[in-house]
Design a protein around this ligand. Structure first.
Ligand SMILES: [Fe+2]
Ligand SMILES: [Fe+2]
Length: 265
């Protein structure tokens, strides 16, 4: 499905006493979600600028879809920036991680071609789609009891990731980027996300003291394993010749949730 404009993202208003550990009954979920959120203001701008740089070379309808994609992704990392500021204010050690992420994605952008950046964006979308599927399958257990604003930020982002899952792939194909480049860029994209999400989660576990809790370790290990079972098949299938992201079935929950939000705003 072609992406449509984001619903009013300014509706993410956090209370003055917003807690960075926004899931009282499932603090490890907040830890992992925060760890991934911290990446967004660094990974997504690279993806956005890569696709944006190609827009003039695209024909409609892909050109319009790419413009909508850039707008959606731009809103995502802007909203995560606002959210992350609250998290980093609570856990200032994370500023070191932010510097490392900023340096890494800046280095990547300076050293690679636009074509590689678009392949990276297409791979990034595959990872995001796997994350959306993983969350959707566990949404009632994971999200019950969560702070509603933080919960909606993540659901909104995942829902729009599912909605625009094909756009970067189609841009990559239009530029004749090829499967080998896609495979390399997707692997790098997934490895960087995995590495920094791990580093951020570890930092949060240390500063909150949950590093001493064996159940936190077991939970995070289980989530990592089950996520890999979602991610690896999606990556393999997406690298096959002739594959199109629309071949993958969308979890219905997100389109319904997004339609509800857009109707009510
Ligand atoms: Fe996004
Ligand atoms: Fe995306």
């Amino acid at each position: 499905m072609a992406p449509t404009p984001s619903f009013h993202p300014t509706s993410f208003v956090y209370p003055d006493d917003f807690r960075a550990q926004w899931h009282p009954t499932n603090p490890d979920l907040a830890c992992v979600a925060n760890a991934v959120s911290l990446l967004m203001p660094y990974a997504e701008p690279y993806v956005v600028r890569s696709v944006k740089a190609t827009i003039d070379r695209l024909d409609d309808p892909l050109q319009s879809e790419a413009r909508a994609y850039v707008r959606q992704e731009g809103q995502h990392h802007a909203q995560h920036r606002r959210f992350n500021d609250l998290v980093v204010e609570r856990f200032p050690t994370l500023r070191h991680n932010e510097r490392a992420m900023a340096w890494t994605y800046r280095w990547l952008e300076q050293r690679t071609s636009t074509g590689f950046g678009v392949a990276f964006a297409a791979g990034f979308e595959t990872v995001a789609y796997a994350a959306a599927r993983w969350v959707e399958a566990r949404r009632s257990t994971l999200l019950t009891g969560a702070d509603p604003v933080a919960r909606d930020l993540f659901l909104w982002h995942l829902a729009e990731e599912v909605e625009h899952k094909s756009v970067a792939h189609d841009v990559h194909e239009a530029l004749e980027g090829g499967r080998v480049r896609y495979l390399g860029a997707m692997t790098l994209s997934a490895m960087l996300l995995g590495f920094f999400a791990f580093l951020n989660a570890l930092t949060i576990l240390v500063v909150t003291g949950r590093i001493l809790n064996p159940f936190a370790h077991l939970r995070l290990l289980w989530w990592s394993i089950t996520f890999l079972f979602e991610l690896v098949p999606a990556m393999v299938i997406s690298a096959l010749p002739g594959h199109h992201p629309s071949d993958l079935v969308d979890p219905l929950f997100y389109s319904q949730w997004l339609a509800q939000q857009r109707d009510s705003h």
